[in-house]
Design a protein around this ligand. Sequence first.
Ligand code: FES
Length: 71
Amino acid sequence: MSDLNQEVLDKLTKVCICKAIPRSTIKRVISEGAASLEKVQKATGAGSGPCGGRRCTPKILELLEASNKDK
Ligand code: FES
């Protein structure tokens, strides 16, 4: 997939549904140094919605893991 398509998809795909936080935002804070679940949650507000992070936590962990593999 081209970088542009990936970028568009990242903007459209919500990681935290409760707070409507797109994958692009999660990726950005990870690239800016948020290296743990807690830091990503603090920087974005993900995990503070009505589901208490039940739906978004696994997805955030996946993105953190993927970013570790890139290094
Ligand atoms: S989906 Fe993130 S707090 Fe509910």
